[in-house]
Design a protein around this ligand. Structure first.
Ligand code: UDP
Length: 328
């Protein structure tokens, strides 16, 4: 199939591109990171330097090739930043998605796979969150993604665009082949930051709050390996093409770990003490987010193969060694 992947150089997008190539799809990536320093590009992918906010340029891309499906990863993703610069989030995540969907309507493209987030759920007392849980985001990031979901429901009704909405919990780890992994600038995510401390690239970890309503007071999150996240996209792609259903899926491991538990595991794995300081809570952080993953298992036959915490840390640690060599 001819697939347009927005944000295909990003953390999750690049893993999905690799899997799409294994299935011999014809992949075009648009990403605005192409002019920056890039570590890794696949052969046989057409990379185009484009911003999803530039509708004129997007139209030229859509005019040149008739895509069968769009997989939309391009987004800004930092919860904390979304609370201080909401405009960036609504513009990139909402207006950017609107541009893509309008071009899909213009070009009669009927399938859309969307990177959504567990942040759409907000705070909850439920131990496991299923897809029909009420949406009540408490940060602008989650809100911007939830707004795209709502927009998709309207485009589905009006233009018969079929969607797969994939709500990611905490994607982490790195590809087993060692070529790609998480590399945000600045890095804000817990596991890569702890590993930077373990490898000596950073002195200290800030723990954002120890007074949450959780057993040890630190936030509990569901950490899912990025290769499992990627395989969910491949199954969602097959499902949308074969069954033409519009569906929403959680992608998580179904298990929660607190920040202290993650620190503990990294200390054991790397035999390094992680110095940390307790800081104020980050605005927009919820106590706990753990996925109920029954739906994706039962509907798509998805299984998580790589998401035990040891494997997440092992692959992310190997990737940290690569980054350390490349960046210093
Ligand atoms: N966190 C932390 N220190 C950091 C980065 C993250 O204590 O330097 C905490 C954060 O408050 C959250 C959890 O780690 O409870 C996971 O955060 P991350 O940014 O990795 O993902 P998010 O859940 O925000 O998508």
């Amino acid at each position: 199939m001819k697939i347009l992947v927005t944000g295909g150089l990003g953390y999750i997008g690049s893993h999905v591109v690799k899997d799409l190539l294994l299935d011999r799809h014809d992949v075009t990536v648009i990403d605005y990171k192409i002019t920056k320093k890039i570590f890794y590009k696949e052969n046989n992918v057409n990379y185009i330097n484009a911003n999803i906010l530039d509708k004129k340029q997007l139209r030229e891309i859509f005019n040149k090739k008739r895509f069968d499906i769009v997989m939309h990863f391009a987004a800004v993703i930092d919860v904390k930043e979304s609370m201080t610069d909401p405009s960036l989030y609504y513009r990139n995540n909402f207006i950017g998605s609107l541009n893509i969907l309008d071009l899909m309507v213009e070009h009669n493209i009927k399938y859309f796979i969307f990177s959504s987030t567990a942040a759409v759920y907000g705070n909850t007392n439920q131990t496991l969150i299923s897809e029909d849980h009420i949406k009540d985001p408490i940060n602008a990031y989650g809100n911007s993604k939830s707004m795209v979901e709502e927009m998709l429901f309207s485009y589905h009704k009006a233009h018969n665009i079929k969607y797969s909405i994939l709500r990611y919990f905490n994607a982490c780890g790195a590809h087993l082949d060692g070529t790609i992994g998480e590399c945000h600038d600045p890095e804000t995510h817990l596991i890569p930051i702890i590993l930077q401390v373990a490898s000596g690239r950073r002195k200290n970890l800030d723990v954002f709050g120890n007074n949450f309503n959780t057993p040890d007071g630190t936030c509990v999150r569901d950490y899912v390996h990025v290769m499992d996240v990627s395989s969910a996209h491949i199954l969602a792609l097959k499902n949308i093409i074969n069954n033409k259903q519009s569906l929403i899926f959680n992608i998580g491991s179904g298990t929660g770990y607190s920040v202290f538990e993650i620190i503990n595991e990294v200390e054991k794995f790397t035999s390094t003490k992680i110095p940390f300081s307790i800081k104020d809570r980050r605005k927009g952080d919820t106590d706990r987010l753990i996925a109920d993953i029954k739906k994706i298992k039962n509907s798509l036959g998805w299984v998580s193969k790589y998401s035990d915490l040891q494997n997440i840390i092992a692959t992310a640690w190997r990737w940290e060694q690569t980054l350390k060599k490349k960046l210093y």
